[in-house]
Design a protein around this ligand. Sequence first.
Ligand code: SF4
Length: 286
Amino acid sequence: MKLVRVKSVLNRHKKRDKWFLDEYSVNPYTGCSFSCIYCYTRGGTYGRPPHELAAKVNAPEVLDRQLRSAKKGFVALGTSTEPYMGVEGELEITRRILNVLSFYRFPVHVLTKSKLVLRDADIFREIAGRAELPPDLEVSGSLVTVSLSSLDEELASVLEPGAPPPSERLEVVSQLRSMGVEAGLAFIPVIPFLTDGELEDVMRAARMANSSYVFVGALTLPGDLKASFMRFLRLRYPELVPRYRDLFRGSYPSKEYQNDLYDRVAGLIDELGLKFGPHDLPRDEW
Ligand code: SF4
């Protein structure tokens, strides 16, 4: 892992993200050792050497300067890297970033697959009590979303070779909730013909883990990812290649596929008393 110094760390979006509510994002690291096959950010390192990983060691100080004049809004941590890779245990860059966000009273939404996030439950609670939210939002100012793409440990180890097992991630949701932190489960991405049959089990597992909310999103294959994902299918699941050619005319699965998936999600949300996102996003906005 290289240690680098950066000039800027706060990325401002053109508008608030409808699902995750963030108006800003901060990535404490470049690259990601979890190496998910479906990663569409530059964080993904599937088949790439780990030396592309870098820690932005001065990110907390740079953020401190950049937040002084910024308008309040959710800051997402981990949109293009895992903010709790193992190295965070020593470097504590994410933890120091959270302290800066708390000081300036910014709400935060952390996206992770790692149990190291439990270490920072104290700061999440502090931020929830201090954050100044945009006036139209009635949610906690501190959200932690844990993602998985399969409950099957063997399949997960193929899809996300560097990430902790899915059972550990469900346990993280459950523990965060018992520590008083607003935490949800994201079944993202749902991988057509490989993991979509797990939808009901995942939603029931979210309920069992006392998840505050869920997100469900189908696989997307933008840009170069489509070619690399098809290569992966040819090697591991060649029988799926023609089905994917039919399903993905562009970067998204067909509308019919998405509608069918979200109808099933809506039914399970009603049945299990869950909500889609911390703000209970209505069906027509999924
Ligand atoms: S954990 Fe997230 S950022 Fe890292 S490789 Fe997986 S999808 Fe990409």
